[in-house]
Design a protein around this ligand. Structure first.
Ligand code: ATP
Length: 271
């Protein structure tokens, strides 16, 4: 079998300004992730031990992954990304080896940020022995992850970020102090957030003078950041489909796009 390499994106190019809304959350992440890496000496001088792990939770498409990338970019840290599904799909032992290799490479290229997407798949709640005495892929991954995270105490400049849509499905052992001791909820965007996201996503688009992004923000309740990105693209495509020589994307295109797309969120997720 070929050796699976951890995927590393050294130069993540997403910056905090590429993320709309979430002002307080960005500040918390800056202090928890960017500061210990950038101002390691100050932390050492005052004897502050930085957070080891931050768990981002919230509905899909609301920028958890993008926040992790922005934190890496702002800290000029190497960025390693692993998804729960990717680790889980491997044979017993193979995912563990990949996990260990990732931590090892992160140590070698510190400062580093390791990001786990779909963390509930890597560390599902343990339900006790299932009777036949065998170790499941999930249990094995979880114990490897716990060992690696505990080992970080001796390493500096490595912070682990994880994302999940289902925080309740995560094993409590991961949430103990020294592991993921910071839990941050990444909420769906409110009207202000949607307005900022729309501004960001249309930065490079040629908009007609009749386009009012605030009005679009008001009319897109329950849209995630990912939905809004899709909406802007769809408005642009509508303009092109109508006329390949169109000089701009206009209000009518946005209105038609809003009508044709369904938001991903439900009322229950937002309240
Ligand atoms: P999932 O749980 O599905 O992995 P996620 O919460 O990690 O989703 P991202 O992958 O970060 O979400 O975001 C999906 C897309 O939506 C990205 O292309 C991102 O740029 C865009 N997006 C989401 N929220 C925002 C936001 N607040 N500002 C700017 N872009 C956003």
């Amino acid at each position: 079998r070929s050796q699976v390499k951890p995927s590393m994106i050294r130069a993540s190019t997403v910056s905090w300004d590429d993320i709309g809304g979430l002002k307080d959350l960005k500040k918390k992440l800056q202090q928890a992730v960017e500061w210990p890496i950038k101002h390691a000496a100050a932390f050492a001088r005052l004897g502050i031990s930085p957070v080891r792990g931050v768990l981002l939770h919230g509905p899909p498409g609301c920028s958890k992954t993008t926040l992790a990338k922005a934190a890496a970019h702002a800290s000029q840290a190497s960025f390693f990304s692993l998804s729960g599904a990717e680790l889980y799909s491997k044979y017993v032992g193979e995912g563990d080896a990949l996990l260990r290799r990732t931590f090892q490479r992160a140590r070698l290229s510190a400062p580093s940020i390791i990001f786990f997407d779909e963390a509930d798949v890597i560390a599902p709640k343990r339900t006790g022995p299932d009777g036949d005495g065998t170790t499941t892929v999930g249990e094995s991954l979880l114990s490897t992850l716990l060992t690696e995270m505990d080992g970080l105490e001796l390493a500096t400049g490595i912070i682990v970020l994880a994302a999940t849509n289902r925080p309740k499905a995560i094993d409590a052992a991961l949430l103990r102090p020294g592991r993921f001791d910071m839990l941050l909820y990444v909420p769906p965007p409110d009207v202000q957030g949607r307005h900022e996201i729309l501004r960001i996503k249309t930065r490079k688009m040629k908009l007609g003078e009749d386009v009012d992004l605030w009005k679009i923000a008001e009319r897109t309740e329950l849209f995630t950041g990912a939905d809004l990105e899709g909406l802007c693209r769809e408005a642009g495509m509508l303009a092109l489909r109508e006329d390949l020589t169109a000089p701009s994307i206009d209000k009518a295109h946005f209105e038609a796009a809003v009508r044709s797309l369904k938001p991903s969120l439900t009322k229950a997720e937002v309240d």
